[in-house]
Unconditional design. Structure first.
Length: 382
């Protein structure tokens, strides 16, 4: 028997209470008990998103929420500006192009952080009236300053669409305060629920624009979904057990308190970064407090990150994430969003340390754990 450790930035571990809720007997999706469950879940999602806007919940992965935004906000040939600095910014570009939108990019090298002045210049150049920003670029560990970027979008009178798939519940997402028109997220990240649900918040401005979109849509039609959700139902059969699980997870998150959850994630991120640096490893993700979702780490020269990731899994049952694209052989990523504590971080760092020492790295045994714990407790005292 081998214990398994899931340390990826998604899917993430699911608390026992959430698993139990999802394993309860299935209820009928047209009955009063499901209506009560759905309405409570939507209310809790509004709390977590910090919004009074409508929240739509789809039985589909996070990328489906991307698609719902594209097909409801754009018509073929309409301009959209996407700030992209990684795999998921590129996915937004590919998706919008697939539907015939006129896609313009604010492109950065992977690992860079989108800047408000750059966004302002590109909006002036393109005249796009929809702008897409990835809050947490999971492929690189970069967490953008969405508040500042959204301010630029609003000043240009553009609709602001935010990909918060891995940030919602881990770092602040102030939908109403920051003037975010659409926020999309998925169940399998900081919301501590199995994969299979995605959500979309929709502002009044976004609703108005959706009414004139000529993009074909059916399953992801916002108006059809909202009409059903108002009564606690859905237009099509939902993933009943996942909704029950999400409701339980949101209850845990709100019981902890959002600000406390944000502080915990920031402390975990600091612990992971400091532990990695104590081993002499180079960070790929920024060494800053916003980097609380995933820590991207470069392997020493001569050590293949793909091999390291596989051996962590095979030897220790430790699943960390590899890198996308050209970074595949140089980088690995340790996730720390959702159901994690500092001992999860030190366990992952200890496993990495053991394999690197075997490969000849000059690392003092135990240094990563000691520094991670110190950094975590320093952060917790702030």
């Amino acid at each position: 028997m081998k214990k398994r450790y899931l340390m990826s930035p998604g899917p993430t571990p699911v608390p026992p209470e959430v698993l139990a809720a999802g394993a309860a007997p299935v209820i009928h999706h047209r009955g009063p008990d499901f209506r009560e469950l759905m309405l409570r879940t939507l209310a809790r999602l509004r709390e977590v998103c910090r919004t009074e806007n409508d929240v739509l919940l789809f039985t589909a992965s996070g990328s489906a929420a991307f698609e719902s935004a594209v097909v409801n906000l754009l018509s073929p040939g309409e301009r959209v500006l996407v700030a992209t600095a990684g795999e998921f910014g590129d996915r937004w570009c590919a998706l919008a192009r697939a539907y015939g939108a006129d896609v313009h990019e604010l492109r950065y090298s992977w690992g860079e952080t989108p800047q408000p002045d750059d966004l302002r210049s590109r909006l002036d150049e393109t005249g796009a009236d929809v702008v897409v920003v990835v809050h947490s670029e999971t492929s690189t560990g970069v967490v953008a300053d969405v508040q500042a970027l959204a301010r630029v979008g609003r000043d240009a009178e553009a609709l602001v669409v935010v990909d918060a798939v891995s940030s919602l519940g881990a770092v602040p997402v102030e939908t109403d305060l920051w003037g975010l028109d659409v926020v999309v997220a998925g169940s399998q990240k900081a919301l501590m629920t199995p994969p299979g649900l995605s959500l979309t918040t929709v502002s009044g401005r976004a609703w108005e624009r959706s009414k004139r979109s000529t993009m074909p849509r059916f399953y992801f039609d916002w108006a059809r979904m909202q009409a059903a959700l108002e009564g606690g139902s859905t237009p099509f059969t939902p993933a009943v057990t996942l909704v029950a699980a999400l409701d339980a997870a949101l209850g845990l998150l709100l019981d902890e308190g959002l600000d406390a959850a944000f502080a915990r994630h920031a402390a975990l991120g600091r612990a992971c970064r400091e532990g990695a640096k104590a081993m002499g490893l180079q960070l790929f993700s920024p060494d800053e407090e916003r980097s609380a979702v995933v820590t991207a780490i470069l392997t020493p020269d001569g050590i293949d990150a793909k091999e390291l990731v596989l051996e962590l899994r095979d030897r220790f049952g430790m699943t960390v994430a590899g890198a996308h694209g050209e970074l595949g052989s140089r980088m690995f990523r340790i996730g720390h969003i959702g159901y994690y504590d500092v001992l999860d971080i030190t366990t992952a760092l200890t496993a990495v340390e053991a394999l690197l020492v075997e490969r000849g790295a000059e690392i003092e045994r135990g240094v990563a754990t000691a520094r991670a714990l110190e950094a975590y407790h320093d952060a917790a005292r702030v």
